[in-house]
Design a protein around this ligand. Structure first.
Ligand SMILES: [Zn+2]
Length: 209
């Protein structure tokens, strides 16, 4: 799950739907949880019903596809605590993405962080379990195949970095590409480039070079 930096914005609106444009400009048109480029809702991290003002509080807003936002997360969490979030935590390190399309909480995390990662995974159903025919796991599995193919082509000189940059416009699962290209610094740099994916929290990736 791509971690993002939240920049301050100057606008403040009286209805939360007015923030959609600012959110898309800030984070790109990708679901903050599943990373698919879909039709986006303004997603409230803490449900807007929990406290007055949360509805239009910029720091409480992310982007959610209808699957993550409406079908699964809904208003099931009372608070931020107990979960990891892409605007405050390193949610890439928090999960391991496997070629089968499955996602697991990173076993390297300490117990509290692993539980918080697991809680977020369950909250938005980031992993479809063994129902591999379901949307997310199957989509990620296909994206692994595509990214691995491009990786081979890049290694053999059939595609250059400009070609990959153009292709990144259509990447649905940023974390899959980050996993596949973990050992290819030139491509990783593109995935962290704000022109392709706005405001990724790149400070988490600095020491990895
Ligand atoms: Zn989603």
């Amino acid at each position: 799950m791509r971690p993002v930096d939240r920049l301050d914005i100057e606008n403040s609106y009286s209805t939360y739907k007015s923030y959609l444009k600012s959110l898309i400009e800030s984070f790109g048109q990708f679901c903050s949880y599943c990373e698919r480029p879909d039709k986006m809702d303004v997603e409230h991290v803490v449900p807007k019903s929990k406290e007055a003002g949360l509805e239009v509080e910029w720091t409480n807003l992310l982007l959610g596809c209808s699957r993550c936002n409406r079908d699964f997360k809904k208003d099931k969490n009372d608070r931020r605590e107990g979960y990891l979030w892409p605007d405050t935590d390193n949610t890439f390190h928090a999960f391991t993405y496997e070629e089968t399309g499955r996602v697991f909480a990173n076993p390297e995390l300490d117990n509290a962080a692993r539980q918080a990662a697991e809680n977020l995974k369950v909250l938005v159903k980031l992993d479809d379990g063994l129902e591999v025919q379901k949307t997310l796991n199957l989509g990620r599995r296909a994206e692994f195949r595509r990214a691995n193919l491009i990786k081979d082509q890049f290694a053999n000189g059939y595609i250059d970095i400009e070609g990959i940059m153009i292709m990144l416009d259509r990447v649905s699962y940023w974390s899959v590409w980050m996993t596949v290209f973990a050992d290819v610094p030139e491509v990783k740099a593109c995935l962290l480039d704000s022109d392709c994916f706005p405001n990724t929290a790149t400070h988490y990736f600095k020491e990895e070079g």
